[in-house]
Design a protein around this ligand. Structure first.
Ligand SMILES: Nc1ncnc2c1ncn2[C@@H]1O[C@H](COP(=O)(O)OP(=O)(O)OP(=O)(O)O)[C@@H](O)[C@H]1O
Ligand SMILES: [Mg+2]
Length: 500
């Protein structure tokens, strides 16, 4: 069955100080087929991608391409064979143009050995339109949305005549519409006979797109097979070696007095007439499509948005929030969606990231209480099951999902009254997801209030006491937990019939 694989890894290992990220793993990719690689946060998926593309050198095992053992000394070597990857944290350059980003390190040359700018622009245009992402190749990357930047990353990967295309959590940053386009692109690549590796935590994607699966657990190979022969529960069991209770751990909590009141919040361009209240012990779900203004409203509550008018009251008193510091002082914290950019200092160790918002409190006579920082980090990171060799590890060495958990830990540790979680489980594996949900339940049980922005319907319906639905910058409906159904929520979000 493995004879016709175009690309195979056999017993490949990769060791970092204190972590065996890959322990003799196998993987096989086949022309014209999509293989899903699945495993919990920190299972070794991104490390494998970097080993397959020459960014890391394996410490053991064999890489076989077209039946022959190969060695990649750098990404150049793998590129030359047509192996291309869109990494979880795609490195693109904000100050370069779209075309320069697509061809970086691989610029087309004229016969006089200078860069052939016009070919570069024409080829960029061709590649972008082939993936249905028309854009001006001369535009500076900084001016694009996250989704558009992602398409540039994909165009970059396809700028070589790829035989193997690797996508590491490609849909985590995309809107519904963009996700749909990406699926179409994957199917086109498949029809062209390319071998595709698709890494995702979303099971619906595995079943919609993949022909085969391979499962890793803690850096080890667990098994592989055809997607048509398994169901979700079997895959989950392989991933985590236990079954996960998929019912949402929502506790019945006594809901108290109104804590936060927002009256007529308006933004010059993003939203208008936003009024709602949040009670003590309540989980308020905010649902809306990307672009509905939900994130912008949350940013306004955290003081990171200008051009906002309206009133915010905490415990009946009007408060002014013009900066995150004022928000934190008033007991409001915000865990952003784009955690890598807005939430974390990659070069600092975990414990210093967690203690950062409280550094003043933890400093006495000019000395930072390092023990206190460690205790804080341990307490919250253990609760969220952050996987790291120590709390002293730099955040840049953590897996993508574990970095996200550190940001959540940091804000929870500030002991807020209101915590706003924007897409709390994006990029987080299924086992840790239920840990995050259980933690939310405990938080409200201990008197906190939660605002949860999410585009995952089961999460919104499973965890919220009340749901506000946004569409085009307005709140278009409010549903109680008992009244909410997937149909009602989606119909409101997409501008359908307003039922209340
Ligand atoms: N450069 C590095 N230095 C030290 N440890 C590392 C480095 N890169 C990864 N690791 C460790 O290797 C393990 C595997 O990480 P990897 O990023 O491959 O996980 P992943 O399966 O991609 O997880 P996720 O789903 O969260 O993206 C983790 O324990 C991580 O902390
Ligand atoms: Mg990863």
């Amino acid at each position: 069955m493995k004879n016709n694989a175009i690309f195979s890894l056999k017993k490949v290992s990769k060791v970092f100080p204190g972590v065996k990220a890959l322990d003799a793993v196998d993987l096989h990719l086949y022309p014209g087929q999509v293989t899903a690689l699945i495993g919990e946060n920190g299972a070794g998926k991104s490390t494998l991608v970097k080993t397959m593309t020459g960014i890391y050198q394996p410490d053991g095992g064999e890489i076989i391409f077209n039946g022959k053992p190969v060695q990649f000394h750098s990404p150049h070597d793998s590129h030359a064979l047509g192996i291309t990857a869109i990494h979880q944290e795609t490195v693109l350059f904000d100050d370069l143009t779209v075309a320069e980003n697509i061809f970086l390190g691989n610029y087309p040359m004229t016969k006089y050995f200078s860069i052939d700018w016009s070919t570069m622009v024409t080829r960029s245009q061709e590649i972008l339109s082939s993936i249905n992402a028309p854009m001006n190749p001369n535009q500076i990357l900084r001016e694009l949305s996250i989704g558009q930047k992602h398409m540039v990353g994909i165009a970059r990967a396809l700028s070589v005549d790829a035989k193997v295309v690797i996508l590491d959590e490609p849909t985590a940053a995309l809107s519904h519409h963009e996700i749909h386009e990406l699926y179409e692109l994957v199917n086109t690549l498949k029809k062209q006979g390319k071998a595709i590796l698709f890494i995702t935590h979303k099971f619906d994607e595995i079943f919609a797109l993949a022909d085969r699966y391979t499962v890793f657990r803690d850096g080890r190979y667990v098994g592989e097979g055809f997607v048509k022969d398994v169901n979700e529960a079997q895959l989950v069991e392989m991933m985590v070696a236990r079954s996960i209770d998929e019912t949402y751990p929502k506790k019945d909590v006594n809901i108290g007095e109104t804590l936060l009141e927002v009256v007529n919040l308006c933004h010059t361009t993003e939203f208008a007439n936003i009024s709602f209240s949040l009670k003590k012990g309540e989980i308020l779900g905010i649902y809306g499509l990307v672009g509905s203004g939900r994130t912008e409203v949350m940013q306004a509550l955290f003081g990171t948005s200008e051009q906002v008018t309206g009133t915010v009251k905490m415990e009946g008193k009007e408060v002014t929030i013009h900066s995150p510091k004022e928000a934190i002082d008033n007991g409001i914290v915000y865990v952003p969606e784009e955690r890598q950019k807005q939430g974390i200092v990659l070069e600092l160790p975990i414990y210093q990231n967690v203690s950062l918002p409280q550094i003043e409190r933890l400093t006495k006579n000019g000395q930072v209480d390092q023990e206190g920082e460690m205790t804080l980090a341990r307490q919250y990171c253990e609760r969220l099951q952050v996987k790291a060799s120590s709390w002293n590890e730099k955040v840049m060495n953590l897996s993508g999902g574990n970095q996200q958990k550190v940001v959540i830990a940091k804000w929870l540790a500030t002991n807020p009254k209101v915590i706003i979680l924007d897409e709390p489980t994006k990029g987080i594996d299924i086992g840790s997801k239920s840990a995050v949900h259980a933690f939310m339940s405990e938080l409200v049980d201990s008197g906190l209030s939660v605002i949860m922005v999410s585009s995952e319907l089961p999460e919104i319906l499973g965890m919220s006491d009340r749901i506000l639905v946004m569409n085009e910058g307005l709140i278009v409906g409010e549903l109680s937990r008992a009244d909410a159904t997937p149909e009602k929520v989606v119909s409101l979000a997409t501008g359908g019939i307003v039922v209340c």
